[in-house]
Design a protein around this ligand. Sequence first.
Ligand SMILES: Cc1cc2nc3c(=O)[nH]c(=O)nc-3n(C[C@H](O)[C@H](O)[C@H](O)COP(=O)(O)OP(=O)(O)OC[C@H]3O[C@@H](n4cnc5c(N)ncnc54)[C@H](O)[C@@H]3O)c2cc1C
Length: 419
Amino acid sequence: MKILVLGAGVIGVTTAHALSRLGHEVLVIDRGDAVASQASQANGAQLAYSYVDPFANSTTFKKIPKYMLGFDEGISLGLTRKFAYYAWGLEFIRHCTPKKAVENMQIMLELARSSKQAMSQICTEIPDATIRAYGAGKIILARTPQELEKLGKTVTLKKSYGFDVKILDKKNCIIHEPSLKFWQGEFCGGIYAPGDKVLDPLLFCLALQAHSESKYDVRYHFGHTILKLKQANNKITQVQTDKNIFNCDAVIVCLGEGANKILKTIDKAYPIYPMRGYSLTLPAGKHAIKTSITDPLSKIVVSNLGGKIRIAGFLDANMSEAKIGSREQALLATARKLWPSVAQYDGDIDFWSGLRPMTPSGIPIVKKSKINGLYYNIGHGSLGLTLATGSAQRIVQLIEGAPQNSGALIREENHEFAK
Ligand SMILES: Cc1cc2nc3c(=O)[nH]c(=O)nc-3n(C[C@H](O)[C@H](O)[C@H](O)COP(=O)(O)OP(=O)(O)OC[C@H]3O[C@@H](n4cnc5c(N)ncnc54)[C@H](O)[C@@H]3O)c2cc1C
């Protein structure tokens, strides 16, 4: 089959690789001039398989007024005239009940489990040190005993999906990550996931591109802005860009936050809303870490990418682009205050920001559309790097016609955004 993969972020690159391994002729089209030119470029670098907890939950629900009124430093849910935002918000609220949050987490854990398996297969296939995921696990900090208790409630569920997660008190957190002695914020313990890893997303995409081009003849077409998709007799036939028309047997839409603009030309818009986040990449400080650390209260994650420290976080809806610089400075100030010696804040800093393609439930839309040959792999929100490989496997299953009673697909079919 001739398959067009639209978008060369981490979702498109992993999808193209998975399909090309089956012998399909695969072309990837992107408006950027290289892979990972948008959200996949300098994100938090976490393969957070055991921390896929949906943002929609009862704790977030209680904080919505604070986020909307601008009283939280890490999260800003600003107002806008866009109707889509409020429709998204109502749907988000529907997913904040404890029951929904658990159901959604189960779907995410299943996808995380298959992503972890698929990633370890890729790591054995590509003998390139650049894509080796490294790190000594991940700790999610709890500021108070109540927070620790709440985080701890998810441990049994996570273990039932095969993830090794432990509750640690403060002393044991410091034994696993001695640099936490120099953390200036409150914390009383955390959840430790030794199997979670860190991976530079840009290097990963570049390595996978090079491998799939040389081994499987995948072709990348950069500098093409996709304008519309065309069908005939309910079958996808063409993709039109500003430079060319591409004929095809199948199309996989992996356009991140840009998906809806194109989907509206053939289907309808899906509940995906862009939420901005930021990162800093700086030289390691005298108390550099091995374990990656997430602080849910300040909404930052800190990890060591082989000598460089990546600090990522914050989540802003409807933030004007003019404010990107001040939000990056706010992230820098937060990190410096909480962990003054983890990085050299006066050294060279690479600032970056990107838009997370968020669904209300947090669950990505990985499905076959009503139009024959048209598939969607979109809406990976805050977890696209983590879930890319498992989502690519699901696309393979859908294209190859995996039995409809396969466990993973049934759960997905039942999910409202995967109908
Ligand atoms: C600050 C921050 C930190 C994050 N940290 C993590 C983390 O630690 N772990 C994790 O798992 N996830 C993390 N994420 C989320 C992750 O980065 C995203 O989920 C993921 O990158 C989405 O990948 P994507 O391929 O769907 O989108 P993108 O990477 O945005 O790719 C979409 C591609 O489509 C192309 N495109 C769009 N429209 C068109 C068009 N009309 N024509 C041609 N091309 C088009 C774009 O050029 C782009 O290359 C983070 C995100 C942010 C913002």
